[in-house]
Design a protein around this ligand. Structure first.
Ligand code: NAP
Length: 327
């Protein structure tokens, strides 16, 4: 029987990137489709994974041999702070339904997606895979982070009780095509791309919140997609793997904004509003484990990845997830 790979959350930022890589890398290559393989990219409209019956139906329909589990209620700081119980409950239900149905349906391998916000608030840097449960996560995303952490707990429990081949990935900040550009809920890169686009269109200043000094590790969704495909095929251990560029590839918010200004072709007034909070100066995560396992892997240079993402947004503005279209 050929392998069937079900990607939950297949219509989001990361899911679309996996679909792109699977469809564009040469067939039979390390990240390309294997002959006979079938990939299914599921959306929430096909199955609401908070519901066990819909989850079971999805698995009965496609009979996946492998699952990449990306589906999650994802939101920005404001939403996470305001709806802690919803983030906790929806993500707990989604994860429990997907993990348990993968088990009962006899799925051979499951890779679930965590996030670096699962890490403790008070922790020594750089973050690495051993530190997830060393203390409480930051209070701002306490519901989401606990639901995600429990996936690691469940992976160990299913392995110990049933011998399941379940594992997880921990990406740092992701950006790319099909991102969420809604200014109310977007992460920093898509929010700045959208703001810069509007500033150019309306002839208004492009104002970036904060000093621009904080440093972050950003991973291009198409690079992350390759790493998920690697983890699904070549990594058989329950312990999570941080999927990220190296600590030496941190970029400042100013570098991000500069690259966006260039890619958008914005020539108007551009400033930083230092009265806005910066957040933590840096929270580096180590990709040593990943690099030690994967061997040779080329990350796309940041400026190139950002330019590709901006060009996609400019060409797809009408259908991109921008929320209510701002004037
Ligand atoms: N974006 C980042 O910077 C980042 C960083 C670290 C980790 N992650 C993790 O990466 C994974 C993918 O994130 P993303 O950025 O690609 O998110 P996204 O663009 O918001 O996509 C979320 C996906 O989950 C699906 N989904 C949401 N609720 C669902 C439900 N109740 N039932 C079924 N499907 C549901 C959505 O389907 P519809 O579109 O059909 O509603 C969509 O396909 C998540 O697990 C997230 O925690 C993201």
């Amino acid at each position: 029987m050929p392998d069937v790979i079900l990607v939950t959350g297949g219509t989001g930022l990361v899911g679309r990137a996996i679909q792109y890589v699977i469809e564009t890398e040469p067939e039979g290559s390390r990240f390309g489709k294997k002959p006979g393989e079938k990939w299914v990219f599921a959306s929430s409209s096909e199955a609401d994974l908070r519901d066990i019956k819909e989850t079971q139906k999805l698995f009965e329909k496609y009979k996946p041999t492998h699952v990449i589990h990306l589906a999650a209620l994802v939101g920005g700081l404001f939403a996470n702070m305001k709806y802690k119980a919803t983030f906790l409950r929806d993500n707990t239900l989604i994860n429990d339904n997907v993990l348990h149905t993968s088990h009962t349906a006899g799925t051979k391998k499951l890779v679930s997606c965590l996030s670096t916000c699962v890490f403790p608030d008070k922790v020594t840097y750089p973050l690495d895979e051993t530190k997830i449960h060393e203390g409480l996560p930051h209070h701002s995303n306490f519901g989401y982070a606990h639901a995600k952490r429990m996936v690691d707990v469940a992976n160990h429990a299913y392995k110990d009780q049933y011998g399941s081949n379940f594992t997880s990935a921990i990406p740092t900040n992701v950006f790319g095509q099909y991102d969420n550009y809604d200014l109310e809920t977007a992460h920093v890169i898509p929010a700045l791309i959208h703001k810069c686009y509007l500033a150019k269109k309306n002839g208004t200043p492009f104002v970036v919140g904060g000093t621009g000094k904080p440093l972050r590790q950003f991973i291009y969704s198409r690079d992350l997609a390759k790493l998920f495909i690697w983890q699904l095929r070549e990594y058989d251990d329950v312990e999570p793997v941080i999927l990220s560029v190296g600590e030496d590839e941190e970029v400042s918010i100013k570098q991000v904004a500069d690259a966006i200004v260039k890619a958008v072709g914005f020539v108007g007034e551009y400033a930083f509003d230092a009265t806005k909070a910066d957040g933590q100066f840096r929270k580096p995560a180590s990709n040593k484990k990943l690099l030690g396992l994967i061997g040779d892997f080329q990350f796309t240079p940041f400026d190139q990845a950002l330019d590709e993402s901006v060009q996609w947004f400019l060409q797809n503005y009408d259908t991109a997830r921008t929320g209510v279209k701002a004037a």
